[in-house]
Design a protein around this ligand. Structure first.
Ligand SMILES: CC(C)(COP(=O)(O)OP(=O)(O)OC[C@H]1O[C@@H](n2cnc3c(N)ncnc32)[C@H](O)[C@@H]1OP(=O)(O)O)[C@@H](O)C(=O)NCCC(=O)NCCS
Length: 269
């Protein structure tokens, strides 16, 4: 915890830029009324307002990093998010394909970049311990090459997670999709204590289905969905914890009691 009390009169030379641990800024002014709700008597000289910098906990899901066979998975900061947007702009799939239910990849590269960034802001803002989505970027040699998300609701009760992902087109077919899915499955079925993981792909998405099958999922029915105005068959798959063994060791870094609360495993104080 870092609590700093600074007289406001110290003026604009003061560096109020956030430091690690600072999140909220509270301006404390003299009260306008006294405790009996009568107007306070004017004071000859107003005391200086004070500015208190009060720490609040950092964003625990951002502390977690998964390491798997040359990849690091972590929530993106704004710089990494911009990099992910550029990766999406460069291309995610062929023009004659649509692997996503929400066709966010249509349009120009700039459209894809903007939607990517906005999506991440949206899910970050919507996070609650009861319902969350953790969309991490995969870094290879420090460069963003892919996105892998893990989501859940009511995790302590249902013990079930879902996944979704994409790899920058130039990086596809090199095992990145399999490694990053294995990493989040290890995290979910190990650290988070999930017992089931689900995923879904259109029947013509051979690469996604190959990754799914390789990691031990079993068929779990199908959906008939609208894809760009036409019906399409989407295949559901389910993995049970006992049926999973990661082909690579996965190291979880940065897990803490605050993370357990954020991911809904422990009630908030
Ligand atoms: C699906 C996706 C995430 C997989 O990631 P990736 O890094 O390309 O996958 P990998 O290299 O780890 O593995 C691909 C697997 O698919 C197989 N594959 C690829 N294209 C294939 C094809 N046309 N037919 C059959 N198998 C194919 C590969 O042989 C490999 O399987 P293997 O390990 O058993 O040999 C990636 O291709 C992608 O982002 N595609 C576009 C977006 C997308 O479809 N997202 C998922 C939506 S459900």
């Amino acid at each position: 915890m870092r609590n700093v009390t600074i007289p406001a009169s110290t003026g604009s030379d003061l560096d109020l830029s956030p430091r690690p641990g600072d999140v909220s800024l509270v301006v404390v002014s003299p009260p306008a009324t006294d405790c009996h709700h009568r107007p306070a008597r004017p004071k000859p000289v107003a005391p200086p307002a004070r500015v208190e910098l009060v720490d609040t906990p950092t964003w625990p899901p951002a502390d977690v990093r998964l390491h798997v066979d040359g990849l690091v998975l972590q929530l993106p900061d704004e710089a990494r998010l911009t990099e992910l947007g550029a990766l999406a702009a460069a291309g995610v799939h062929g023009e004659d394909e649509m692997p996503f239910t929400q066709p966010w990849t249509v349009g120009t590269g700039a459209d894809r970049a903007r939607r990517t960034v906005q999506y991440h802001w949206q899910v970050r803002g919507a996070w609650t311990p009861q319902r969350w989505c953790w969309p991490v970027v995969a870094l290879q040699d420090g460069v963003v090459v892919a996105m892998q998300e893990l989501s859940a609701h009511d995790l302590p009760v249902l013990r079930e997670v879902a996944t979704g992902s994409w790899v920058g087109r130039e990086h596809q077919g090199r095992g990145i999709g399999t490694r990053m899915r294995a990493a989040v499955l290890s995290f979910a079925l190990g650290t988070l204590g999930a017992e089931h993981a689900t995923t879904e792909a259109f029947e013509d998405n051979a690469a996604s289905i190959a990754v799914t099958r390789r990691l031990g999922y079993r068929p779990d029915g199908e959906d008939r969905l609208v894809r760009q105005g036409r019906p399409a068959r989407s295949l559901r798959f389910r993995l049970r914890a006992e049926g999973f063994s990661s082909p690579w060791p996965v190291r979880v870094e940065g897990w803490s009691a605050a993370c357990a609360t954020a991911f809904g495993l422990v009630g908030e104080a």
